[in-house]
Design a protein around this ligand. Structure first.
Ligand SMILES: [Zn+2]
Ligand SMILES: [Zn+2]
Length: 232
C-alpha cells in the first residue's frame, strides 16, 4: 500500500471523460490516448508501471497543480472512485453492528438513485458524492481526509432531510485486491440518521427470556399467597 505522502491522482480526462487510468494499463505506452489533468486541464502522462501505484504525472516544467498534493489526490481518488462504483449500482449497503454484541446485519443505506454527481451543490454545501433521484438528493457521501463533516453541514443536511455517510479516505479503499466495490458493504465512519438502535435477534431473544424470568419471580409470592388461601 502506498504511504500517505506518496499518494497521487489516478484519474485523468480522456476524450472529454473522467477516467480511472487503470482502464488503459493493458495498452502499450505508445498506444495510450492523450490525457489531461481533471483539476488544471494540462496534459499529463499516465504512469502505469508495475512498481509504483498507477498515477498521472504533470510535466516537470508545469507550475505545481493542487492535485499533486497527496491529501488532495487521496480525496479526489476517493470521490471519483466512489462515484464510478455507484454509477454501476442501485443500492449502497453498510454492515450494521448490534448495539449489544458483535452480530452484524446488512443495511441498505441508499437505493434507487438515477444520477451520481461529484461536488454537486446542495444549498451552500457540496457533498463529495451526491446521489440523486428525480433531481432530489437521495444520499450524500462525504470523504474524511482532513476535514470531517462539521456541525454546520450536519445541521444543514438534517434540516433538508439529506441522509449522509462519512467514509475515511484510504488507499486500500480503491486500490488492490481488497478494494471496495458497490456489491460489498461500505465501511462507514459516521452516518445520519444514526443507526445505533439496532438489536440483533439473539439479543432480543435473550432480553425476552430475561423478562419472562423476571415476570415469574415477580409472580411467585402471589402464587404462594394464593395457595395458602386455597381450600384444604
Ligand atoms: Zn493538474
Ligand atoms: Zn446482539
Amino acid at each position: 500500500m502506498a504511504a500517505q505522502h506518496d499518494i497521487q491522482l489516478r484519474w485523468a480526462v480522456i476524450e472529454d471523460q473522467l477516467r480511472e487510468i487503470s482502464d488503459f494499463a493493458h495498452l502499450a505506452p505508445s498506444k495510450r490516448p492523450a490525457a489531461s489533468c481533471p483539476i488544471c486541464n494540462r496534459d499529463v502522462t499516465m504512469k502505469l508501471g508495475e512498481i509504483r501505484a498507477y498515477h498521472i504525472a504533470h510535466q516537470p516544467s508545469d507550475v505545481l497543480c493542487v492535485a499533486t498534493n497527496p491529501e488532495t489526490a487521496l480525496h479526489l481518488n476517493m470521490k471519483f472512485y466512489i462515484a464510478k462504483q455507484l454509477r454501476r449500482a442501485n443500492k449502497l449497503f453498510a454492515e450494521e453492528q448490534c448495539r449489544n454484541c458483535n452480530n452484524t446485519r446488512l443495511q441498505v443505506l441508499f437505493s434507487d438513485w438515477d444520477d451520481v454527481q461529484v461536488e454537486h451543490a446542495v444549498g451552500i454545501f457540496r457533498p463529495d458524492v451526491l446521489l440523486l433521484a428525480n433531481g432530489h438528493p437521495a444520499g450524500a457521501i462525504e470523504v474524511l481526509v482532513t476535514h470531517k463533516v462539521d456541525e454546520k453541514k450536519a445541521k444543514y443536511y438534517e434540516l433538508h432531510d439529506v441522509r449522509w455517510i462519512e467514509v475515511v479516505g484510504n488507499v486500500s479503499f480503491y486500490e488492490g485486491a481488497t478494494a471496495w466495490t458497490a456489491d460489498k458493504p461500505i465501511p462507514i465512519h459516521r452516518n445520519h440518521p444514526d443507526n445505533q438502535g439496532w438489536k440483533c435477534p439473539d439479543c432480543l431473544e435473550r432480553e425476552e427470556e430475561e423478562k419472562a424470568a423476571q415476570e415469574r419471580r415477580r409472580q411467585q409470592p402471589e402464587h404462594k399467597k394464593a395457595t395458602s388461601f386455597a381450600p384444604r
